[in-house]
Design a protein around this ligand. Structure first.
Ligand code: NDP
Ligand code: A1CAB
Length: 269
């Protein structure tokens, strides 16, 4: 459990992603009375967390998390500047929006940090990729500790990699959900009851991923362990591997998402 949370945290937006981060932090010991959420709907977040439809005047925070859609950054920018405590930290989870463009928008903010989380952070089983060129070693250590309860923390030194990291880890859950669906549909196409195929697909993916995280071998080697020589798994793998079809499709998927991240950065920077 991480106990050294910022004294005051303010979240602009608390939708799917920022909401997942906050729920895990609260579960991991963050006191709700340190947190204020600003969201137009005013929808409640969690017991003890203050929610406002608009930024109350005079409110400042040590850590301000920007959890709106990238296209909303311009709308909330003045409020962000107004609420930063002297010496405060700005944490952006906006896809595509670069550190340099945030720095240009918020020249007075001491420290600007990019974080790219994914939805499984809600379970402490997500990924958070961090990029914080303003931060010294102590601040980096504290950022690692802050995000540790959410899952795997990876530092991205070269921001040029950030759009690809966002495609792989940020969007990755969506791509995997498609694969789970495809497994289930494939099972139904071979004659299984669709609901039963969906259950089998989901738990097969969950168990296989958990096993892979604990295994002493790579996923490629684990696939070979499942495949007996001349058996049925090999027949299936041969189909998946033919002409590198799966690898190519996934590479094209990540390339499309990476390019869109870059465009969103240009549109909203
Ligand atoms: N979804 C994901 O898996 C991931 C998303 N991200 C990033 O997270 C960010 C948010 O995405 P996501 O959570 O999916 O989006 P959501 O649509 O779920 O959430 C957007 C939030 O922004 C709030 N909002 C809208 N206008 C304002 C405003 N003027 N002031 C304050 N808050 C406002 C909404 O308020 P209300 O709730 O009241 O409507 C809502 O809480 C994006 O920048 C995205 O790139 C990054 C990684 C993964
Ligand atoms: O779809 C998006 O734009 C964001 C980026 C990563 C996940 N969701």
């Amino acid at each position: 459990m991480f106990s050294d949370y910022p004294e005051t945290m303010l979240l602009f937006g608390c939708g799917a992603m920022a909401g997942a981060m906050l729920s895990r932090w609260l579960e991991s010991g963050l006191s709700p009375d340190r947190v204020t959420v600003v969201r137009p709907s005013g929808a409640a977040v969690a017991p003890g967390v203050r929610v406002e439809r608009q930024l109350p005047s005079g409110l400042t925070a040590d850590l301000v998390l920007v959890g709106v859609k990238p296209a909303m950054l311009g709308t909330v920018a003045d409020d962000i500047s107004a609420t930063m405590a002297p010496g405060g930290q700005l944490l952006s989870i906006l896809a595509g929006v670069t550190h340099a463009s945030l720095r240009e928008r918020f020249p007075a903010v001491r420290s600007i940090v990019r974080a790219m989380p994914n939805l499984p952070v809600a379970l402490g089983a997500g990924v958070v990729a961090l990029h914080a060129p303003d931060a010294g070693p102590d601040e980096c250590a504290s950022l690692t500790a802050l995000h540790k309860p959410l899952g795997l923390v990876e530092w991205i030194e070269d921001e040029a990699d950030y759009d690809a990291v966002t495609a792989l880890a940020g969007s990755g859950p969506a791509f995997l959900y498609r694969f789970i669906d495809a497994l289930a549909k494939g099972g139904a196409a071979t004659g299984l009851d669709p609901a039963q195929a969906a259950r089998l697909a989901l738990v097969t993916v969950e168990g296989s991923a958990r096993l892979a995280t604990m295994a002493d071998a790579s996923p490629a080697a684990l696939a070979d362990r499942v495949a007996s020589k001349g058996g049925s798994t090999r027949a299936g793998l041969d189909r998946l591997d033919a002409d590198g079809a799966l690898d190519r499709l996934v590479a094209e998927t990540l390339a499309a998402a990476t390019a869109r991240n870059r465009d969103m950065g240009r549109e909203n920077g």
